[in-house]
Design a protein around this ligand. Sequence first.
Ligand code: ATP
Ligand code: MG
Length: 350
Amino acid sequence: MPRRAIRLAVIPGDGIGQEVVAQGLKVLSAVLPQDVKLETREYDLGARRWHATGETLPEAELESLKDHDAILLGAIGDPSVPSGVLERGLLLKLRFAFDHYVNLRPSKLFPNTPTPLAGRPEIDFVVVREGTEGPYTGNGGSLRTGTPAEVATEVSVNTAYGVERVVRDAYERANARPRKKLTLVHKNNVLVYAGHLWKNIFDRVGQEYPDVTTDYLHVDAATIFFVTQPERFDVIVTDNLFGDIVTDLAAAVTGGIGLAASGNINPTGAFPSMFEPVHGSAPDIAGTGKADPTATVLSVALLLRHLGYEAEAARVETAVTEDLAARDGVTRTTDGIGDALADQVRSLPG
Ligand code: ATP
Ligand code: MG
C-alpha cells in the first residue's frame, strides 16, 4: 500500500519534448520505491495549443500547476510560432510566477562521451544561474521604433534581495560538495553597479561559509577557462544572462546538448520546481526516434534529489554513467535508450 506520493505535473510540449519526456517518466516509475505512488497530470501546452486556441498559459492552468510537488517539462517551441510568444508567454511566465530564482545546470564529462577538449580533462561542476532578474525582467523599451533614430533599452535589474538569495543557495551547494569551491562569474570591471552589488554580497555571505574556497572571474575570462581549464570549476554562481551563455558552452564541452539537464528551482518550496533538458524541441529530428532522452533522464535525477529521494537520484545517475560507458557507436533509438535505462535502475541495488 503506497504510503507516500509524488504529484507530478508533466508538460511534454513540442517536437522531441513528447518523446524524451516519455522516457523520463519510464525511468522515474522504474526507480521509485514500491511505497511511493506517482501521480501524474499532463498539460497540453506549447506550439500545438497556441495554434489551436491562441493560448500560451491560461491562468486556470497556472493555478492548477501550483498544486504539484514538481513539474517535468520536455521542450517548448516551434519555428511556426513567432519568436518570443512561447518564451515570454509560457516559459518566463512560469519562471516568474513560481519564483524559480535558481536555475541549476550541472556539467559533467561522463566516460566514453565525446568532448572537443584535448586530453579529456575532469569536468564536474554545477552552474547556479540567477533566474528572475538581470536583463530578463522585460524592463526596457524602444523609442522611435523602426526609424533611423530608434533607441532600445533592456535594463538589467539586480536587487540585493535577489542576488543574496541566489548567492546563498550557491554557497550551500558548494559547502555540500567535496571540493567546496565557489566561483563568482560577472563583469564588474565594466558593469560596475550590478557587478559591485554581486561582488559585495558574494564576499559578505562568504564570511558565513569559512570552509568554502572562493574565486572571482570576469565572464570573458571564464569562457576561456571553460575550454582550457574546466577542472578548476566546482560551483559557479552568475547572473541570468551570463549563466545562459556559459551553460551552453559547458554543455558543448561535456558531450553536447543531448546530455545537459537543468532545474528551475524555488528552494523555499513555496512553488513547485521545474526540471527540463536544456535542449529545445529539435523539429529537425522530431518523429525520427533519434532524440537522446539522457538529458531528460538526468533532469529526472535532479527532480528526485530536489524532492529528497537522494538514493534514487544517485541510482539514475549511475545508470546513465553505465549506459554511456557501454555505448559503442551503435545508434540506438529514443525508446531503446529509455528502456535500457529503466532496466538498469531496476537492476541496481536500491
Ligand atoms: P530552442 O530555441 O528551443 O532552444 P534550438 O534551435 O536551440 O531550440 P534545439 O532544439 O535545442 O535547438 O536543437 C539544436 C540541435 O541539437 C538540433 O540539430 C537538434 O537536432 C539537436 N538536438 C537537440 N536535442 C537533442 C537530443 N535530445 N538528442 C539529439 N539531438 C538533439
Ligand atoms: Mg536553444
